[in-house]
Design a protein around this ligand. Structure first.
Ligand code: AQP
Length: 333
């Protein structure tokens, strides 16, 4: 059986270095070994309100950024979730399979809803059911997951299993997590305790994939650090979140370990380390931002790629959804 990977990114803003190192870079690598389906998941994005004009722009821009990073629409399916109605249809069926108690335990809902649980959208609460539908609509077998998505993938497995048991079928696979090397969690350049995020209002907290060399240099120069020189041993970074973050970014961009980077910059001041990091980031991200600018200038081309992707995704989803409806007992034309 071919291993099918599903992964998604929310069009909630422009992609940044964290999305690249934590996710999209792996999407590019996985194209060589798996049957890959990648979604720009706008239905997930609207679980928190999005301005319609911004959402539309972000869908095109995130698609352009993903392609600029090296995802090849000839080898992987790249599509926009809301254009394939099967996601919503299967999610509804999963709303009826998943249990309230399971969803109530999801820590991401608790984090995102915060103290205003009663005012959170119902969509935010059932978000993991839609994620299960995203994967299982294609009988996805593998999902690359960071720490924050592990619980949601467990839930997708629980849903697949309960569906199979309730309807006495062996229909859905139980999707497995795909761990691709050491996970890179990139933190905000302004606060080493917060992850780098598209929706952080502080622009200087992240390096966007659209940033040119000057923006990259300025943001790294102004990144928060401490007064100590860099340690020769990673243990010396234990209580230094901001320093650890910059060293981690250097390691991820250069494919070195954190220990290698510490050894190389043992005793260096931040002024010289930041210059080395800037040079590296400009070297690695320059070609991406140039390709991104080219694609951004041609939104019609990006939309045609997404349209073709949606057509391919619908073709994959259609027989699965028909069988699900048959199993559940829906009448079909
Ligand atoms: N800072 C990060 N470090 C490593 N990986 C990250 N990812 C996001 N931020 C970091 C990974 O990128 C993929 C796509 O993320 P997403 O858009 O679906 O949602 P997110 O995790 O909520 O991303 P953001 O940028 O923080 O967006 P907002 O601000 O809208 O919440 C995921 O695989 C994610 O792990």
């Amino acid at each position: 059986m071919t291993a099918t990977v599903f992964s998604g990114v929310q069009p909630t803003g422009n992609l940044h270095l964290g999305n690249y190192l934590g996710a999209i870079r792996n999407w590019v690598k996985m194209q060589d070994d798996y049957d890959c389906i990648y979604g720009i998941v706008d239905m997930h994005a609207i679980t928190l309100f999005q301005q319609p004009a911004e959402l539309r722009a972000h869908i095109r821009e995130v698609a352009a950024a993903v392609i600029a990073c090296g995802v090849d629409p000839q080898r992987a399916i790249l599509f926009n979730q809301s254009q394939v109605s099967g996601h919503a249809e299967l999610a509804w069926i999963f709303n009826c399979v998943a249990r309230m108690g399971w969803l109530s335990r999801m820590t991401q809902f608790k984090d995102k809803a915060g103290k205003h649980r009663e005012r959170a959208s119902v969509g935010l609460f059932v978000y993991p059911n839609l994620m299960a539908a995203d994967i299982l609509l294609y009988k996805g077998t593998h999902v690359p997951v960071g720490e924050d998505q592990k619980q949601h993938l467990e839930l997708a497995r629980d849903i697949a299993q309960k569906f199979n048991v309730d309807y006495e079928v062996d229909f859905f696979p139980l999707p497995e997590p795909l761990i691709l090397g050491e996970a890179t969690r990139v933190m905000s350049l302004k606060d080493g305790g917060k992850k780098m995020s598209k929706s952080d209002p502080a622009e200087a907290s992240r390096i966007n994939l659209a940033d040119g060399p000057d923006d990259i240099a300025r943001k790294i120069r102004k990144a928060r650090t401490d007064a100590e020189p860099l340690p020769g041993d990673p243990k010396g970074l234990a209580d230094r979140a901001e320093a650890r973050n910059l060293v981690g970014i250097y390691a991820a961009l250069s494919d070195l370990t954190v220990a290698d980077v510490c050894a190389r910059f043992d005793g260096a001041q931040f002024s010289s380390f930041k210059q080395a990091l800037t040079d590296l980031a400009v070297e690695k991200l320059g070609p991406i931002s140039a390709e991104f600018a080219r694609l951004r200038a041609d939104p019609g081309h990006v939309e045609s790629i997404l349209n073709r992707g949606a057509e391919a995704a619908r073709q994959r989803a259609e027989p699965v959804l028909r069988q699900v409806k048959e199993i559940v007992g829906f009448l079909q034309a």
